[in-house]
Unconditional design. Structure first.
Length: 276
């Protein structure tokens, strides 16, 4: 017997899953996704798909209205949202990556489910190659200490995969990835580069206010004008689009060696414009 037994009607509850489906050439299977998916995957906007809440605010009725045969969700989750997904009674693939290796596994898993193993393997190789190329490019350079945060209140350190990207981009990651910390603890570490990537904020983190309110003006990063905001989706979406975050990190950590890419904004550049 032969044939395509994979899901024909997929609901994606996080941009990471949508990006992976796009990389696999499988968007035709997608019947609904979140409003955030189009930010990273413009093809979605052109398909006029049904919009559903994400895996933080998932709703059973809205998911079931599109008659899916597979729901894919990914971090971050909220317990009551997971309950809503499970109540649908349809197949559910829940992803919870922490490291780059986990992200590669998730890509291979989705590829297997939709019958696109070759495309999945190719996508993983391309992502690994880009990261290794960057690692080679920064080898032997000075390694400034870098603090990255994914949320401001409470102050949460970026995830382990971001720590891996910082290392590849030629920096030394400060703090425990994924943990909650305090402004005082970060100031005590005195990082040379400060990177913010707040969930849902794009690259619009109020850098000057952040430094002022947290009393970080004496921090090396602030004194040297090395305070940055990187577009949220480029660091917080565990998908192949992380390579955009990698390039932004490299430009923040070694600005003399890498051009400033889209999605990276610095406090220093704002100061030069007279905004600060």
């Amino acid at each position: 017997m032969s044939g395509d037994y994979g899901p024909k009607r997929i609901v994606s509850l996080q941009p990471s899953a949508t990006v992976m489906l796009a990389a696999l050439g499988q968007l035709d299977r997608l019947v609904a996704c979140t409003k955030y998916c189009a930010d990273l995957c413009p093809e979605v906007a052109r398909r006029n798909l049904v919009t559903v809440p994400d895996s933080w605010t998932a709703n059973q009725d809205q998911i079931m209205a599109v008659r899916p045969d597979l729901v894919i969700a990914a971090v971050p989750y909220q317990e009551k949202a997971v309950v809503e997904i499970l109540k649908c009674g349809t197949r559910f693939l829940g992803l919870a990556p922490r490291t780059l290796a986990d992200i590669y596994t998730d890509m291979a898993t989705i590829a297997g489910v939709v019958g696109a193993l070759d495309r999945g393997a190719q996508g993983i190789r391309e992502m690994q190659s880009e990261i290794e190329t960057m690692r080679h490019s920064t080898r032997g350079k000075s390694r400034p200490r870098v603090f990255c945060e994914e949320w401001g209140r409470p102050l949460i350190v970026s995830q382990p995969w971001v720590a891996e990207l910082v290392e590849a981009a030629g920096g030394e990651f400060v703090g425990t990835p994924g943990s909650e910390t305090t402004p005082e603890a970060v100031l005590a570490e005195d990082p040379e580069v400060l990177v913010t990537a707040w969930c849902g904020a794009g690259d619009r983190v109020p850098l000057e206010k952040l430094i002022r309110v947290r009393q970080w003006s004496a921090m090396k990063a602030a004194r040297q004008g090395r305070v940055y905001s990187i577009r949220d989706e480029f660091l917080n979406t565990p998908a192949p689009t992380l390579v955009h975050g990698l390039r932004a990190l490299a430009a923040a950590i070694h600005p003399q060696d890498f051009p400033q890419p889209p999605g990276l904004r610095s406090m220093a550049s704002l100061a030069a414009q007279g905004v600060v």
